[in-house]
Design a protein around this ligand. Structure first.
Ligand code: AMP
Ligand code: GLY
Length: 422
């Protein structure tokens, strides 16, 4: 007898979650809210927005779901998990007190201090601070300035331009009261997704995102233009250090609290030239597009993994991973990330052209009144492939992407380059 699950969100991450849940023997029915044109193929999309906490609780109760999987961070920061648990509904995604790890950079720093986890040193600047002196103190490296609020990926500026740094600090202090000025960490980034509950944790294979809009890691920052998994920059030795210095201490710290962490802890890593890992950020959800390349490498029932984590039963599970490589390339709308042109027809994204090795994950897609697929967001879709080599996964994704047409769209042509060129 399978379970009924409600997935909250409507991006590429949620499409990937629905796909993995649809392949899980433990799952009988999938509901999504609000979902997108891709998720509807796995079950039922509902019209409640991911920001409507009351509406989502009501929907979960009404559907009598066995558990809820929350994709994005905002509803978690707004206490959705707390409300669901209050109704006896297990939730994959942490309660408000832990969602602050993503919602507040200062909260995350204090948690890392308490758990003795390596991260960049920082200063707090507020209206009474001498901003020029603060900038002087870190003038021999790029300035890393972080707002202490949930800013949808726009809360961090890394710059060598003093004017830009000063302006961002002044604006942020005015709107938020204070900011963090952080030591610049040189190195290579990787993402480690750790499924966690009170009983234990499971590290999923490390992945690497491509945050800049254009080839060669140039252009403005985006939500992520593509990813691959596993990321060879995280060697076995580095993986061991990440476990010893970061994951195990964070697990001990979080699981000793009265409310345990139940969900996935996204550890954004910077690995320095000595192979030492530092935490750049925590997120309290799967990464997007990291989720698209990580879930397909889990051998076994993803629905069972998420359900167990929502119920503090992770320890009972033995999770194994496929000996394979996954890569996804994001197709973005004209103008993304500055402003996205939406409402254009998408051709060639039909599921009938997909295969077991290559498929389209929908993100900003919708159906128009005539049932035609149109773009409805900045990141429109991504093409994911799984193969025995990263090279092959890359070739498959770009081949499938070449069949898709969306006027004015753009994508990076070098996803996977760090692993393939090294
Ligand atoms: P965050 O939202 O904290 O992940 O920051 C966004 C991006 O800024 C990261 O993915 C890094 O590329 C960069 N970044 C953040 N903190 C640092 C740091 N201390 N040193 C170097 N780069 C950083
Ligand atoms: N891909 C980066 C993130 O999900 O935060």
């Amino acid at each position: 007898m399978g379970r009924t699950v409600l997935v909250i969100g409507g991006g590429g991450r949620e499409h990937a979650l629905c796909l993995a849940l649809s392949e899980s023997d433990s799952i009988q029915a999938i509901h999504t809210s609000p979902g997108n044109a891709g998720t509807q193929h796995f079950g039922t999309n509902h019209g409640v927005a991911a920001s409507d906490i009351d509406g989502l609780v009501e929907l979960s109760v009404q559907l009598e779901v066995d558990f809820v999987v929350v994709g994005p961070e905002a509803p978690l920061c707004d206490g959705l998990a707390d409300r669901l648990i209050g109704h006896g509904i297990p939730c994959f995604g942490p309660q408000q007190v832990h969602a602050e790890l993503e919602g507040s950079k200062l909260f995350a720093k204090r948690a890392m201090d308490a758990a003795r986890v390596p991260t960049a040193d920082y200063d707090i600047l507020d209206a009474s601070s001498d901003i020029e002196a603060g900038l002087d103190a870190r003038a021999n490296e790029p300035w890393v300035i972080k707002r202490d609020v949930l800013a949808g990926g726009k809360g961090v500026v890394v710059t060598t331009n003093r004017e830009e740094a000063r302006a961002f600090i002044e604006e942020s202090i005015q709107s938020d009261g204070h900011i963090l000025l952080e030591r610049f960490l040189p190195g290579e980034e990787a993402s480690m997704l750790v499924v966690m509950d009170r009983s234990g944790f499971v590290c999923l294979p490390a992945s690497q995102d491509h945050k800049r809009a254009y080839d060669g890691d140039r252009g403005p920052n985006t939500g992520g233009m593509g990813a691959y998994c596993p990321a060879p920059v995280v060697t076995d030795k580095i993986h061991e250090k990440v476990l010893d210095r970061i994951v195990q201490p964070m697990f001990s710290y979080l699981s000793s609290q009265s409310i345990p962490y139940r969900g996935v802890l996204y550890v954004g890593l910077m690995i320095d030239e000595h192979g030492d890992p530092y935490v750049v950020e925590f997120n309290v959800r799967f990464g997007d597009p990291e989720c698209q390349v990580t879930l397909p490498l889990i051998a076994g029932d993803v629905g069972e993994l998420l359900f167990k984590a929502a119920n503090d039963e992770l320890k009972q599970l033995n999770v194994e991973f496929k000996d394979a490589h996954a890569l996804t390339v994001v197709l973005a709308s004209e103008g993304y990330p500055k402003s996205a042109v939406k409402g254009r027809t998408i051709l060639g994204a039909d599921a009938s052209l997909d295969s077991n090795a290559t498929w389209v994950s929908h993100a900003g897609t919708a159906l128009d009144d005539d049932g035609r697929l149109i773009s409805s967001g900045g990141r429109v879709l991504s093409v994911t492939s799984v193969a025995t080599s990263l090279h092959e996964a890359q070739a498959l994704s770009y081949q499938r992407l070449s069949q898709i047409q969306l006027q004015g769209s753009h994508h990076r042509k070098d996803i996977g380059h760090r692993a393939l060129d090294s």
